[in-house]
Ligand binder design. Structure first.
Ligand SMILES: Nc1nc2c(ncn2[C@@H]2O[C@H](COP(=O)(O)OP(=O)(O)OP(=O)(O)O)[C@@H](O)[C@H]2O)c(=O)[nH]1
Ligand SMILES: [Mg+2]
Length: 315
């Protein structure tokens, strides 16, 4: 079942494409600033793996000369695209029109070649300080409306990202990659069921590269718990890397976070049906401390269901 996928990351120069891919790589080192990047020369390739599938990201340098080149040699750059992630720098208000024009050039190409490429459009540099900014919120809504109206036949998912919010970057790539298999829908339903069963705040399944395979959150998270939640998910990203190291003995870790919350990370090893190999996945749970015992009683059932569901994907 091993396959190769081509994911194009496009957008104007300085939009933040290379930063996004770099942030994804360095997600464990939150304290480190993204090193100052140089503009991408033509295309940089960046390979990763997602549930046994090889993914190659084509980071298309966005300077004008390269945009022209892609337009002239469309068959080289856009052929066989499985997914396109289009990055719009939401702070670069003067060039929004230009960003839409470049998007149009690429979508016309997909159309002309009858390519049914799913799109993720991210409004990037949506830094934490803009979250409540009315003008910014309106601008994003307007852009979504324009794009949806103009391209009714494309499957488009919108995201808001910032390199100062690492979870938003992890989510951007995760949503993109989950379109490659319908099993993700069943998994999402399973998480919803168990989120209620455990009565927990969040339930997330990560792969070994910390790409989210599926996630579910309680709808009634209070704002101050939300901050604790995001912090503990960040800790889980760090911890799962350590759990992959040979020196780390245990397959699970409990830690207390503020507001009487417990943060739990559990490593699951799933053996494949056909070969000898096994794949590690990680389950992250944030739950009230008082519910711990009850949760642990039900957790084994959950693990078994996850294994049954995902084993075919990993074989
Ligand atoms: N404020 C803010 N700045 C960002 C963010 N992401 C990237 N940047 C900055 O934007 C600048 C350009 O980032 P790059 O990742 O090099 O842009 P690019 O899209 O790869 O540009 P080209 O390679 O020329 O196409 C850098 O100075 C980054 O630090 C973000 O989320 N917020
Ligand atoms: Mg770049």
């Amino acid at each position: 079942m091993e396959e190769f996928y081509k994911v194009i990351i496009a957008g104007l120069d300085n939009a933040g494409k290379t930063s996004i891919l770099t942030a994804l790589d360095k997600k464990y080192d939150f304290d480190k600033e993204i090193v100052s990047l140089r503009p991408t020369i033509r295309v940089e390739y960046h390979a990763t793996e997602f549930l046994r599938n090889k993914i190659v990201f084509w980071d298309l340098g966005g300077q004008e000369k390269y945009r022209k080149l892609y337009q002239e040699k469309q068959e080289i750059y856009f052929a066989n695209t499985d997914l396109m992630v289009y990055i719009i720098d939401i702070q670069d208000t003067k060039r929004l029109e230009m960003a839409l024009a470049y998007l149009d050039m690429i979508l016309q190409n997909f159309r002309k070649n009858k390519m049914d490429v799913p799109l993720i459009i991210s409004f990037h540099k949506y830094d934490p300080e803009f979250r409540e900014n009315e003008g910014m919120i309106k601008q994003v809504e307007d852009l979504k409306e324009i794009i949806l109206k103009k391209y009714p036949s494309f499957k488009i998912l919108f995201q808001q990202t910032s390199i100062f919010d690492i979870i938003s970057i992890v989510q951007l790539i995760s949503y993109g990659l989950s379109i490659f298999d319908d099993k993700f829908f069943a998994l999402s339903e399973l998480l919803e069921t168990y989120l209620k069963e455990f009565n927990c705040t969040s339930l997330i399944v990560f792969d070994k590269n910390a790409i989210i395979i599926s996630e579910y959150y309680n709808e009634f998270i209070e704002p101050d718990i939300y901050i604790e939640l995001i912090e503990s998910i960040k800790n889980h990203l760090f911890l799962l890397k350590r759990m992959l190291e040979e020196s780390y003995e245990a397959d699970y870790n409990f830690s207390n976070v503020g507001k009487n919350l417990l943060s739990y990370l559990h490593r699951v090893k799933i053996a494949s049906i056909s070969s000898q190999s096994e794949t590690s996945l990680f389950i992250s749970v944030i739950i009230k401390e008082t519910l711990k015992d009850e949760f642990l009683e039900k957790f084994t059932d959950f693990l078994n269901e996850i294994k049954t569901l995902l084993r075919p994907l990993l074989s």
